[in-house]
Write a protein that binds this ligand. Structure first.
Ligand SMILES: NC(=O)c1ccc[n+]([C@@H]2O[C@H](COP(=O)([O-])OP(=O)(O)OC[C@H]3O[C@@H](n4cnc5c(N)ncnc54)[C@H](O)[C@@H]3O)[C@@H](O)[C@H]2O)c1
Length: 246
């Protein structure tokens, strides 16, 4: 059964930053957050994608502001955070943007573009002093349960370690958690899905299918919400059970 469309998590009015909001998991998260009554601030390098998101969310009665922002650039992050927190620092942050595991990146550049970028966004956000801040990082079963992909595993395990550190240190009384997706049906994995490797992954998944971005978005929103008020430092695996079968 897929996630129902009428989930209600009990959010009070607040704003939320979602990085990588123009596609895939970020896009589904932005849409579900808007459905929940949150004012969504989407960051992405894809200006056209952000404009399309805005049109879609506003047409459905929600609130969406997009900023073209590259999380790998500290200057870009600083500008986007200044704009995003101009009136009030957003209460919620979803660190979702990150390079695909298949990207041929140098190890140090990849860690900079994912782990260090995630820390940069988080620090700038906390410096804006959000009230009762709550954060979710999008990690992966790679690196945290599986050893697939060298730099990707290192980066995603690093982001999980950073999440746990934030959960213990609780700067500004932050509550911090992560979701670890398995293979999810987003634009970046379309080539994998039609490959022998992709078919093999799906055939070994106990649910015999890939996940949908909306099925990750609903976990993200749950973790952010008052329904998860006592959940801190957790990694919620959403992979259909695939990591149990490798
Ligand atoms: N799809 C999967 O199977 C899967 C599995 C596990 C984890 N994840 C993680 O989920 C997150 C989202 O992946 P997705 O599959 O939805 O990807 P996607 O490619 O569909 O979307 C990623 C979005 O992030 C944006 N983006 C990329 N680099 C950026 C940057 N430097 N600054 C700002 N925006 C940037 C892209 O323009 C795009 O809109 C990633 O962190 C990924 O590692 C995905």
């Amino acid at each position: 059964m897929r996630a129902p469309a009428d989930l209600r998590f009990g959010f009070q009015p607040a704003s939320i930053i979602v990085t990588g909001a123009a596609s895939g998991i970020g896009r589904a998260t932005a849409k579900l957050a808007a459905d929940q009554g949150l004012a969504v601030i989407g960051w992405d390098v894809d200006a056209y994608g952000l404009a399309a998101m805005r049109d879609e969310i506003v047409a459905a009665g929600g609130s969406f502001t997009g900023y073209v922002a590259d999380i790998t650039s500290p200057q870009s992050v600083q500008h986007a955070m200044q704009a995003s927190a101009r009136n009030l620092a957003p209460r919620y942050l979803v660190n979702n943007a990150g390079p695909p595991s298949t990207a041929a990146l140098r190890f140090d550049a990849a860690i900079a573009g994912s782990l260090i970028a995630t820390q940069c966004v988080t620090r700038r956000w906390l410096e804006a002093e959000p009230a009762d801040p709550v954060l979710v990082n999008v990690v992966s079963i790679a690196g945290n349960l599986l050893g697939l992909a060298e730099w990707y595993s290192a980066a995603k395990a690093g982001i999980m370690g950073y999440t746990r550190h934030l959960a213990v240190g609780r700067p500004h009384r932050l509550r911090a958690n992560a979701v670890a997706p398995g293979l999810i049906n987003t634009p970046r994995v379309q080539d994998t899905l039609v490959s022998d490797r992709g078919r093999d992954i799906v055939s070994r998944n106990p649910m015999r299918r890939v996940g949908e971005p909306e099925e990750i978005a609903s976990v993200v929103l749950f973790l952010l919400s008052p329904a998860a008020a006592y959940v801190n430092g957790a990694m919620v695996v959403a992979d259909g059970g695939s990591s149990l079968t490798f």
